[in-house]
Design a protein. Structure first.
Length: 148
């Protein structure tokens, strides 16, 4: 399995979040909207960050929020949320964050493969800034390498 598809329902552009938890909840809500997760998945993603720290801030300005496969995941899914105002996750080098990816996978193997595939998108050093500046779902899908 490669990276999950990025449904238009899972894209939120120019959102406002008062803090990192609210930003992760936006990604969780987008995963729910796309049918990939139940509402409780956002709580699981937040719990992972509370337990393990801001390891999800994988590049300057970019978070890959995720949790383990479990009953809150309904299907493999990906969400992209861009923030109008950046938020801080507490990462020493990669804060503040303007782009939040939410990832839900049904199995641990798919989880690792999806993360590796997503990393390829960000080999392009302009991808994060391009996502942060995107003004439409189609533009986000294009940047993420989706066929639109």
């Amino acid at each position: 399995m490669a990276r999950p598809p990025l449904a238009e329902a899972a894209i939120v552009i120019g959102a406002e979040a008062e803090d990192w938890r609210a930003a992760v909840r936006l990604a969780g809500r987008a995963l729910v909207e796309s049918g990939a997760a139940r509402a409780g998945y956002a709580d699981e993603m937040i719990r992972m960050i509370e337990e393990h720290g801001p390891y999800v801030v994988i590049a300057p300005g970019l978070v890959l929020a995720h949790a383990r496969p479990g009953p809150e995941v309904l299907a493999d899914g990906l969400a992209v949320v861009t923030l109008a105002t950046p938020v801080f996750f507490g990462h020493p080098y990669n804060d503040p964050v303007r782009v939040v990816l939410g990832l839900a996978t049904m199995s641990s193997n798919d989880h690792l493969e999806s993360i590796a595939d997503l990393a390829n998108v960000f080999n392009d050093s302009s991808a994060i800034a391009d996502l942060a500046a995107a003004t439409s779902a189609a533009e986000v899908q294009r940047i993420m390498g989706e066929a639109v």
